[in-house]
Ligand binder design. Structure first.
Ligand SMILES: [Fe+2]
Length: 485
Protein backbone atom coordinates (compact mmCIF):
# COMPACT_ATOMS: atom_id res chain seq x y z
CA UNK A 1 0.00 0.00 0.00
CA UNK A 2 1.15 3.53 -0.82
CA UNK A 3 2.21 5.40 2.31
CA UNK A 4 3.19 8.84 1.04
CA UNK A 5 2.52 11.87 3.20
CA UNK A 6 3.19 15.36 1.87
CA UNK A 7 4.31 17.90 4.46
CA UNK A 8 5.09 21.60 4.49
CA UNK A 9 6.32 22.54 7.97
CA UNK A 10 8.69 25.36 8.90
CA UNK A 11 9.08 24.80 12.64
CA UNK A 12 12.02 22.45 13.33
CA UNK A 13 10.56 21.02 16.52
CA UNK A 14 7.38 20.00 14.70
CA UNK A 15 9.45 18.55 11.87
CA UNK A 16 11.31 16.34 14.37
CA UNK A 17 8.14 15.16 16.12
CA UNK A 18 6.52 14.20 12.85
CA UNK A 19 9.65 12.41 11.75
CA UNK A 20 9.45 10.16 14.82
CA UNK A 21 5.78 9.42 14.20
CA UNK A 22 6.25 8.68 10.51
CA UNK A 23 9.02 6.28 11.38
CA UNK A 24 6.83 4.43 13.88
CA UNK A 25 3.92 4.21 11.46
CA UNK A 26 6.20 3.35 8.53
CA UNK A 27 4.99 6.30 6.49
CA UNK A 28 7.04 8.01 3.80
CA UNK A 29 7.40 11.76 4.17
CA UNK A 30 7.70 13.97 1.12
CA UNK A 31 8.72 17.47 2.22
CA UNK A 32 7.88 20.37 -0.03
CA UNK A 33 9.37 23.83 0.33
CA UNK A 34 7.63 25.94 -2.28
CA UNK A 35 3.99 25.68 -3.16
CA UNK A 36 4.65 25.18 -6.87
CA UNK A 37 6.21 21.85 -5.90
CA UNK A 38 3.00 20.96 -4.17
CA UNK A 39 0.96 20.66 -7.38
CA UNK A 40 3.71 18.59 -8.92
CA UNK A 41 3.78 16.27 -5.90
CA UNK A 42 0.01 16.02 -5.86
CA UNK A 43 0.02 14.79 -9.44
CA UNK A 44 2.77 12.27 -9.01
CA UNK A 45 2.72 10.67 -5.58
CA UNK A 46 -0.97 10.03 -4.82
CA UNK A 47 -0.55 11.22 -1.22
CA UNK A 48 -2.37 9.59 1.70
CA UNK A 49 -2.38 12.86 3.62
CA UNK A 50 -1.19 16.46 3.58
CA UNK A 51 0.11 18.08 6.76
CA UNK A 52 0.78 21.81 6.62
CA UNK A 53 1.75 24.57 9.02
CA UNK A 54 -0.33 27.73 8.58
CA UNK A 55 0.20 30.67 10.94
CA UNK A 56 -1.56 33.56 9.24
CA UNK A 57 -4.42 34.31 6.88
CA UNK A 58 -2.09 35.39 4.09
CA UNK A 59 -0.53 31.93 3.83
CA UNK A 60 -0.93 30.73 0.20
CA UNK A 61 -1.92 27.24 1.37
CA UNK A 62 -5.31 28.51 2.48
CA UNK A 63 -6.08 29.22 -1.15
CA UNK A 64 -4.44 26.01 -2.33
CA UNK A 65 -6.57 23.92 0.04
CA UNK A 66 -9.67 25.64 -1.31
CA UNK A 67 -8.61 24.68 -4.84
CA UNK A 68 -7.92 21.09 -3.70
CA UNK A 69 -11.37 20.83 -2.20
CA UNK A 70 -13.00 21.89 -5.45
CA UNK A 71 -11.34 19.21 -7.54
CA UNK A 72 -12.65 15.65 -7.45
CA UNK A 73 -9.10 14.52 -8.01
CA UNK A 74 -7.79 16.00 -4.78
CA UNK A 75 -10.69 16.79 -2.50
CA UNK A 76 -10.45 13.49 -0.61
CA UNK A 77 -6.80 13.88 0.36
CA UNK A 78 -7.01 14.27 4.15
CA UNK A 79 -5.50 17.48 5.49
CA UNK A 80 -4.15 18.29 8.93
CA UNK A 81 -3.28 21.92 9.68
CA UNK A 82 -0.84 22.77 12.45
CA UNK A 83 -1.04 26.36 13.62
CA UNK A 84 0.59 28.43 16.34
CA UNK A 85 -1.72 31.34 15.75
CA UNK A 86 -4.63 32.12 18.04
CA UNK A 87 -6.20 34.45 15.48
CA UNK A 88 -9.96 34.09 15.28
CA UNK A 89 -9.97 35.10 11.62
CA UNK A 90 -7.59 32.26 10.78
CA UNK A 91 -9.55 29.81 12.89
CA UNK A 92 -12.78 30.75 11.11
CA UNK A 93 -11.18 30.29 7.71
CA UNK A 94 -9.75 26.91 8.69
CA UNK A 95 -13.13 25.75 9.95
CA UNK A 96 -14.61 26.40 6.53
CA UNK A 97 -12.00 24.37 4.69
CA UNK A 98 -13.39 20.89 5.38
CA UNK A 99 -10.08 19.67 6.77
CA UNK A 100 -9.62 16.68 9.06
CA UNK A 101 -7.89 18.32 12.03
CA UNK A 102 -6.45 21.57 13.39
CA UNK A 103 -3.57 21.03 15.82
CA UNK A 104 -2.10 23.62 18.20
CA UNK A 105 1.50 23.01 19.39
CA UNK A 106 3.12 21.80 21.52
CA UNK A 107 2.78 18.52 19.68
CA UNK A 108 2.52 15.45 21.90
CA UNK A 109 3.76 12.41 20.03
CA UNK A 110 1.03 10.10 21.37
CA UNK A 111 -1.83 12.45 20.49
CA UNK A 112 -0.44 13.37 17.10
CA UNK A 113 0.14 9.71 16.28
CA UNK A 114 -3.42 8.86 17.23
CA UNK A 115 -4.76 11.68 15.06
CA UNK A 116 -2.77 10.57 12.02
CA UNK A 117 -3.79 6.95 12.51
CA UNK A 118 -7.48 7.72 12.76
CA UNK A 119 -7.39 9.99 9.72
CA UNK A 120 -5.63 7.25 7.73
CA UNK A 121 -8.14 4.65 8.89
CA UNK A 122 -11.18 6.66 7.82
CA UNK A 123 -9.50 7.25 4.45
CA UNK A 124 -9.01 3.49 4.06
CA UNK A 125 -12.67 2.82 4.86
CA UNK A 126 -13.71 5.31 2.23
CA UNK A 127 -11.50 3.69 -0.40
CA UNK A 128 -13.05 0.29 0.28
CA UNK A 129 -16.43 1.72 -0.69
CA UNK A 130 -15.22 2.50 -4.18
CA UNK A 131 -16.34 -0.38 -6.39
CA UNK A 132 -14.64 -1.25 -9.64
CA UNK A 133 -17.74 -0.10 -11.50
CA UNK A 134 -16.98 3.40 -10.38
CA UNK A 135 -13.58 3.38 -12.02
CA UNK A 136 -14.86 4.50 -15.43
CA UNK A 137 -16.70 7.40 -13.80
CA UNK A 138 -13.67 8.24 -11.73
CA UNK A 139 -11.58 8.30 -14.87
CA UNK A 140 -13.87 10.75 -16.66
CA UNK A 141 -14.29 12.98 -13.64
CA UNK A 142 -10.58 12.88 -12.92
CA UNK A 143 -9.75 14.17 -16.36
CA UNK A 144 -12.07 17.13 -16.07
CA UNK A 145 -10.67 17.81 -12.62
CA UNK A 146 -7.16 17.84 -14.01
CA UNK A 147 -8.25 20.40 -16.56
CA UNK A 148 -9.91 22.50 -13.86
CA UNK A 149 -6.78 22.37 -11.77
CA UNK A 150 -4.77 23.58 -14.76
CA UNK A 151 -7.24 26.43 -15.25
CA UNK A 152 -6.66 27.74 -11.73
CA UNK A 153 -2.98 28.10 -12.45
CA UNK A 154 -3.11 29.33 -16.01
CA UNK A 155 -3.85 33.01 -16.57
CA UNK A 156 -4.67 32.42 -20.22
CA UNK A 157 -7.52 29.96 -19.87
CA UNK A 158 -10.87 31.46 -18.94
CA UNK A 159 -12.84 30.70 -22.05
CA UNK A 160 -9.70 29.62 -23.96
CA UNK A 161 -10.50 25.96 -23.41
CA UNK A 162 -14.03 26.19 -24.81
CA UNK A 163 -12.85 28.18 -27.81
CA UNK A 164 -9.99 25.86 -28.75
CA UNK A 165 -12.19 22.80 -28.24
CA UNK A 166 -14.68 24.21 -30.72
CA UNK A 167 -12.11 25.34 -33.30
CA UNK A 168 -10.60 21.84 -33.26
CA UNK A 169 -13.98 20.16 -33.59
CA UNK A 170 -15.01 22.43 -36.47
CA UNK A 171 -11.72 21.65 -38.25
CA UNK A 172 -12.00 17.89 -37.66
CA UNK A 173 -15.56 17.58 -38.94
CA UNK A 174 -14.89 19.76 -42.01
CA UNK A 175 -11.68 17.92 -42.91
CA UNK A 176 -13.56 14.62 -42.79
CA UNK A 177 -16.37 16.04 -44.92
CA UNK A 178 -13.71 17.03 -47.46
CA UNK A 179 -12.41 13.46 -47.53
CA UNK A 180 -9.24 14.12 -45.49
CA UNK A 181 -7.97 11.96 -42.58
CA UNK A 182 -11.18 9.93 -42.85
CA UNK A 183 -9.70 6.80 -41.22
CA UNK A 184 -8.76 8.63 -38.06
CA UNK A 185 -11.63 11.12 -37.89
CA UNK A 186 -14.47 8.77 -36.98
CA UNK A 187 -17.35 10.17 -34.91
CA UNK A 188 -15.96 8.47 -31.84
CA UNK A 189 -12.44 9.82 -32.33
CA UNK A 190 -13.66 13.36 -33.00
CA UNK A 191 -15.47 13.18 -29.65
CA UNK A 192 -12.31 11.89 -27.93
CA UNK A 193 -10.27 14.67 -29.52
CA UNK A 194 -12.84 17.25 -28.40
CA UNK A 195 -12.69 15.93 -24.83
CA UNK A 196 -8.90 15.78 -24.64
CA UNK A 197 -8.19 19.29 -25.98
CA UNK A 198 -8.75 20.90 -22.50
CA UNK A 199 -5.74 18.97 -21.23
CA UNK A 200 -3.25 20.38 -23.73
CA UNK A 201 -1.62 22.74 -21.20
CA UNK A 202 -2.02 20.56 -18.10
CA UNK A 203 1.78 20.59 -17.67
CA UNK A 204 1.60 24.30 -16.81
CA UNK A 205 0.39 23.26 -13.35
CA UNK A 206 4.01 22.55 -12.52
CA UNK A 207 5.51 25.77 -13.96
CA UNK A 208 6.46 28.33 -11.33
CA UNK A 209 4.40 31.52 -10.96
CA UNK A 210 7.29 33.88 -11.72
CA UNK A 211 7.48 32.35 -15.20
CA UNK A 212 3.86 31.36 -15.81
CA UNK A 213 2.46 34.74 -14.77
CA UNK A 214 5.28 36.97 -16.01
CA UNK A 215 3.81 40.02 -17.74
CA UNK A 216 6.79 40.72 -20.02
CA UNK A 217 8.73 38.60 -22.47
CA UNK A 218 10.38 35.45 -21.11
CA UNK A 219 14.17 35.26 -21.06
CA UNK A 220 15.94 32.43 -22.87
CA UNK A 221 16.19 30.17 -19.85
CA UNK A 222 12.68 31.03 -18.69
CA UNK A 223 11.34 30.05 -22.08
CA UNK A 224 13.23 26.75 -21.86
CA UNK A 225 11.45 26.09 -18.55
CA UNK A 226 8.11 27.09 -20.04
CA UNK A 227 8.65 24.62 -22.88
CA UNK A 228 8.74 21.74 -20.39
CA UNK A 229 4.97 22.08 -19.90
CA UNK A 230 4.66 19.78 -22.92
CA UNK A 231 6.75 16.94 -21.49
CA UNK A 232 5.43 17.45 -17.94
CA UNK A 233 1.86 17.22 -19.23
CA UNK A 234 2.67 14.12 -21.23
CA UNK A 235 4.30 12.40 -18.25
CA UNK A 236 1.39 13.25 -15.96
CA UNK A 237 -1.19 11.85 -18.36
CA UNK A 238 0.82 8.71 -19.09
CA UNK A 239 1.15 8.30 -15.33
CA UNK A 240 -2.62 8.62 -14.84
CA UNK A 241 -3.08 6.15 -17.70
CA UNK A 242 -0.85 3.55 -16.08
CA UNK A 243 -2.80 3.81 -12.84
CA UNK A 244 -6.23 3.67 -14.43
CA UNK A 245 -5.70 1.22 -17.28
CA UNK A 246 -4.82 3.16 -20.37
CA UNK A 247 -7.54 4.36 -22.70
CA UNK A 248 -7.78 5.84 -26.19
CA UNK A 249 -8.87 9.05 -24.56
CA UNK A 250 -5.78 9.32 -22.39
CA UNK A 251 -3.61 8.57 -25.40
CA UNK A 252 -5.17 11.50 -27.25
CA UNK A 253 -4.77 13.69 -24.19
CA UNK A 254 -1.11 12.72 -23.79
CA UNK A 255 -0.53 13.32 -27.53
CA UNK A 256 -2.04 16.79 -27.50
CA UNK A 257 -0.11 17.80 -24.39
CA UNK A 258 3.12 16.55 -25.92
CA UNK A 259 2.84 17.80 -29.51
CA UNK A 260 0.77 20.98 -29.67
CA UNK A 261 3.93 23.11 -30.00
CA UNK A 262 5.48 21.00 -32.76
CA UNK A 263 5.77 22.65 -36.18
CA UNK A 264 5.10 21.05 -39.56
CA UNK A 265 8.63 21.78 -40.83
CA UNK A 266 10.27 20.19 -37.80
CA UNK A 267 11.32 23.40 -35.98
CA UNK A 268 8.90 23.07 -33.05
CA UNK A 269 9.33 21.57 -29.58
CA UNK A 270 9.85 19.39 -27.57
CA UNK A 271 10.80 16.70 -30.13
CA UNK A 272 11.16 18.60 -33.42
CA UNK A 273 8.73 16.22 -35.12
CA UNK A 274 8.03 16.85 -38.79
CA UNK A 275 4.94 16.63 -41.05
CA UNK A 276 2.77 13.59 -40.44
CA UNK A 277 5.08 12.43 -37.63
CA UNK A 278 3.14 14.93 -35.52
CA UNK A 279 -0.10 13.29 -34.36
CA UNK A 280 -3.15 14.81 -36.07
CA UNK A 281 -4.50 16.14 -32.78
CA UNK A 282 -1.22 18.07 -32.26
CA UNK A 283 -1.45 19.58 -35.75
CA UNK A 284 -5.09 20.60 -35.22
CA UNK A 285 -4.36 22.06 -31.82
CA UNK A 286 -1.39 24.06 -33.15
CA UNK A 287 -3.67 26.08 -35.45
CA UNK A 288 -6.43 26.46 -32.85
CA UNK A 289 -4.01 27.50 -30.09
CA UNK A 290 -2.14 30.07 -32.20
CA UNK A 291 -5.31 31.62 -33.67
CA UNK A 292 -6.80 31.90 -30.21
CA UNK A 293 -3.65 33.37 -28.68
CA UNK A 294 -3.57 36.02 -31.44
CA UNK A 295 -7.17 37.19 -31.14
CA UNK A 296 -7.11 37.14 -27.32
CA UNK A 297 -5.74 39.69 -24.94
CA UNK A 298 -2.94 38.35 -22.76
CA UNK A 299 -1.02 39.81 -19.82
CA UNK A 300 1.82 40.71 -22.15
CA UNK A 301 -0.09 41.84 -25.27
CA UNK A 302 -3.24 43.33 -26.77
CA UNK A 303 -5.59 41.31 -28.94
CA UNK A 304 -5.22 41.20 -32.72
CA UNK A 305 -8.06 41.48 -35.26
CA UNK A 306 -9.50 38.34 -36.79
CA UNK A 307 -8.20 39.13 -40.27
CA UNK A 308 -4.65 39.83 -39.04
CA UNK A 309 -4.71 36.54 -37.14
CA UNK A 310 -5.88 34.69 -40.24
CA UNK A 311 -3.01 36.30 -42.21
CA UNK A 312 -0.55 34.88 -39.70
CA UNK A 313 -2.10 31.40 -39.94
CA UNK A 314 -1.85 31.69 -43.73
CA UNK A 315 1.81 32.73 -43.54
CA UNK A 316 2.54 29.58 -41.49
CA UNK A 317 1.21 27.35 -44.27
CA UNK A 318 3.59 24.39 -44.65
CA UNK A 319 6.13 25.79 -42.16
CA UNK A 320 4.32 26.02 -38.82
CA UNK A 321 1.09 24.33 -39.89
CA UNK A 322 -0.17 21.42 -41.97
CA UNK A 323 -1.29 22.94 -45.34
CA UNK A 324 -4.50 20.86 -45.34
CA UNK A 325 -5.46 22.29 -41.97
CA UNK A 326 -4.60 25.85 -43.03
CA UNK A 327 -6.83 25.48 -46.12
CA UNK A 328 -9.62 24.22 -43.88
CA UNK A 329 -9.17 27.14 -41.45
CA UNK A 330 -9.49 29.64 -44.30
CA UNK A 331 -12.69 27.93 -45.33
CA UNK A 332 -13.98 28.14 -41.75
CA UNK A 333 -13.04 31.78 -41.15
CA UNK A 334 -16.57 32.87 -40.25
CA UNK A 335 -16.99 29.90 -37.92
CA UNK A 336 -13.73 30.73 -36.12
CA UNK A 337 -14.87 34.30 -35.65
CA UNK A 338 -18.23 33.18 -34.31
CA UNK A 339 -16.63 30.79 -31.83
CA UNK A 340 -14.25 33.46 -30.55
CA UNK A 341 -17.14 35.89 -30.07
CA UNK A 342 -19.40 33.31 -28.45
CA UNK A 343 -16.84 32.39 -25.79
CA UNK A 344 -15.26 35.82 -25.39
CA UNK A 345 -13.32 36.37 -22.13
CA UNK A 346 -15.60 38.12 -19.69
CA UNK A 347 -12.94 40.32 -18.12
CA UNK A 348 -11.80 41.40 -21.57
CA UNK A 349 -15.28 42.70 -22.29
CA UNK A 350 -15.79 43.98 -18.77
CA UNK A 351 -12.62 46.04 -18.60
CA UNK A 352 -13.26 47.72 -21.93
CA UNK A 353 -16.82 48.60 -20.84
CA UNK A 354 -16.64 50.83 -17.80
CA UNK A 355 -20.24 51.94 -18.26
CA UNK A 356 -21.42 48.32 -18.16
CA UNK A 357 -19.36 47.71 -15.04
CA UNK A 358 -21.05 50.65 -13.31
CA UNK A 359 -24.51 49.41 -14.25
CA UNK A 360 -23.73 45.94 -12.95
CA UNK A 361 -22.09 47.06 -9.74
CA UNK A 362 -24.96 49.38 -8.86
CA UNK A 363 -27.60 46.79 -9.71
CA UNK A 364 -29.17 49.17 -12.22
CA UNK A 365 -29.38 46.53 -14.91
CA UNK A 366 -29.82 42.87 -14.07
CA UNK A 367 -32.25 40.99 -16.26
CA UNK A 368 -32.29 41.30 -20.04
CA UNK A 369 -34.54 39.79 -22.70
CA UNK A 370 -33.01 39.32 -26.15
CA UNK A 371 -35.67 39.13 -28.88
CA UNK A 372 -34.02 38.19 -32.15
CA UNK A 373 -34.94 35.71 -34.88
CA UNK A 374 -31.41 34.81 -35.98
CA UNK A 375 -30.36 31.93 -33.74
CA UNK A 376 -26.66 32.62 -34.11
CA UNK A 377 -26.92 36.35 -33.29
CA UNK A 378 -29.19 35.49 -30.36
CA UNK A 379 -26.79 32.90 -28.97
CA UNK A 380 -23.73 35.11 -29.32
CA UNK A 381 -25.50 38.06 -27.69
CA UNK A 382 -26.80 35.91 -24.88
CA UNK A 383 -23.44 34.27 -24.16
CA UNK A 384 -21.65 37.60 -24.08
CA UNK A 385 -24.18 39.15 -21.72
CA UNK A 386 -24.16 36.11 -19.44
CA UNK A 387 -20.37 36.21 -19.38
CA UNK A 388 -20.63 39.82 -18.20
CA UNK A 389 -22.82 38.75 -15.30
CA UNK A 390 -26.34 39.56 -16.53
CA UNK A 391 -29.36 37.27 -16.32
CA UNK A 392 -30.54 36.74 -19.87
CA UNK A 393 -33.65 35.24 -21.47
CA UNK A 394 -34.14 34.85 -25.18
CA UNK A 395 -37.08 34.81 -27.57
CA UNK A 396 -37.10 34.00 -31.28
CA UNK A 397 -39.89 36.42 -32.24
CA UNK A 398 -42.36 38.97 -30.90
CA UNK A 399 -44.96 36.37 -29.93
CA UNK A 400 -42.61 34.47 -27.61
CA UNK A 401 -41.05 37.75 -26.50
CA UNK A 402 -44.39 39.17 -25.44
CA UNK A 403 -45.28 36.03 -23.48
CA UNK A 404 -42.00 36.29 -21.60
CA UNK A 405 -42.46 39.98 -20.80
CA UNK A 406 -45.92 39.23 -19.42
CA UNK A 407 -44.68 36.56 -17.05
CA UNK A 408 -41.23 37.90 -16.06
CA UNK A 409 -39.70 41.13 -14.85
CA UNK A 410 -36.96 42.52 -17.10
CA UNK A 411 -34.95 45.72 -16.88
CA UNK A 412 -34.16 45.82 -20.58
CA UNK A 413 -35.40 44.33 -23.84
CA UNK A 414 -32.98 44.21 -26.77
CA UNK A 415 -35.35 44.04 -29.68
CA UNK A 416 -34.76 43.07 -33.28
CA UNK A 417 -37.15 44.93 -35.62
CA UNK A 418 -37.59 42.56 -38.53
CA UNK A 419 -38.87 39.19 -37.37
CA UNK A 420 -41.46 36.66 -38.62
CA UNK A 421 -44.89 36.23 -36.93
CA UNK A 422 -44.75 39.38 -34.80
CA UNK A 423 -42.09 42.00 -35.58
CA UNK A 424 -40.36 44.38 -33.19
CA UNK A 425 -42.76 47.30 -33.78
CA UNK A 426 -45.78 45.14 -33.06
CA UNK A 427 -44.26 43.65 -29.95
CA UNK A 428 -43.19 47.09 -28.67
CA UNK A 429 -46.71 48.44 -29.18
CA UNK A 430 -48.06 45.68 -26.93
CA UNK A 431 -45.32 46.07 -24.32
CA UNK A 432 -45.92 49.83 -24.20
CA UNK A 433 -49.53 49.20 -23.09
CA UNK A 434 -48.30 47.52 -19.91
CA UNK A 435 -48.35 49.84 -16.90
CA UNK A 436 -44.73 49.19 -15.86
CA UNK A 437 -42.64 47.96 -18.71
CA UNK A 438 -38.91 47.40 -19.28
CA UNK A 439 -36.79 49.82 -21.28
CA UNK A 440 -36.67 48.77 -24.94
CA UNK A 441 -33.70 49.28 -27.24
CA UNK A 442 -33.92 48.28 -30.89
CA UNK A 443 -31.06 46.35 -32.46
CA UNK A 444 -31.13 46.37 -36.19
CA UNK A 445 -28.96 45.79 -39.24
CA UNK A 446 -27.73 49.06 -40.79
CA UNK A 447 -30.96 50.78 -41.70
CA UNK A 448 -30.49 54.52 -41.78
CA UNK A 449 -34.12 55.22 -42.64
CA UNK A 450 -35.33 54.55 -39.11
CA UNK A 451 -35.24 57.52 -36.78
CA UNK A 452 -35.32 57.43 -33.02
CA UNK A 453 -38.30 59.85 -32.98
CA UNK A 454 -40.25 57.36 -35.03
CA UNK A 455 -39.22 54.48 -32.77
CA UNK A 456 -40.24 56.41 -29.67
CA UNK A 457 -43.86 56.38 -30.87
CA UNK A 458 -43.66 52.60 -30.38
CA UNK A 459 -42.15 52.98 -26.91
CA UNK A 460 -38.66 52.05 -28.10
CA UNK A 461 -36.24 54.45 -26.43
CA UNK A 462 -32.93 53.55 -28.05
CA UNK A 463 -31.50 52.31 -31.33
CA UNK A 464 -28.30 50.40 -31.93
CA UNK A 465 -27.03 49.18 -35.27
CA UNK A 466 -25.54 45.69 -35.62
CA UNK A 467 -22.94 44.42 -34.94
CA UNK A 468 -23.63 44.86 -31.24
CA UNK A 469 -21.30 46.99 -29.22
CA UNK A 470 -21.86 46.44 -25.51
CA UNK A 471 -20.47 49.76 -24.52
CA UNK A 472 -23.07 51.46 -26.69
CA UNK A 473 -25.85 49.41 -25.10
CA UNK A 474 -24.61 50.49 -21.68
CA UNK A 475 -24.31 54.16 -22.63
CA UNK A 476 -27.72 54.11 -24.27
CA UNK A 477 -29.34 52.39 -21.30
CA UNK A 478 -27.73 54.77 -18.80
CA UNK A 479 -28.95 57.79 -20.81
CA UNK A 480 -32.50 56.46 -20.97
CA UNK A 481 -32.44 55.82 -17.20
CA UNK A 482 -31.24 59.38 -16.59
CA UNK A 483 -33.94 60.86 -18.85
CA UNK A 484 -36.60 58.88 -16.98
CA UNK A 485 -35.63 60.37 -13.60
FE1 LIG B 1 0.99 25.03 -24.60
Amino acid sequence: MNKNIITHIKDNEIVDTLKTIFKELQLIELKIFEYEEFFHALMHVDPKMFIVEINDVKNPYLKIIKIMKKSVLTRDVPIIVITKSKSKELFDQLCHLDIQAIIYPPLYISIMKLTIESVLKSEKDREMLLSTQDIQTVQTVMISSLATLAEYRDPETGEHIKRTQNYVKALATTLRKDGLFVDELTDENIELIYMSVPLHDIGKVAIKDNILLKPGRLSGSEFETMKTHTTLGYETLINVGSKLKSSAFLEYAADVAYTHHEKYDGTGYPMGLKGDEIPLIGRLMAVADVYDALVSKRVYKESMTHSDAIDIIRSGDGTHFDPRIVACTLKLEATFQNISQTYIDADHLYKSNSQLATLLENNLLKKILVVEDSRIVRTITKNQLVALGFEVDEAEDGVVGLQKVQSNKYDLILLDLEMPRMNGYEMATEVKKMSQHPIMIAITAADFNITLTELKTFGIMGLILKPLDFNRIATNYAEILRAKE
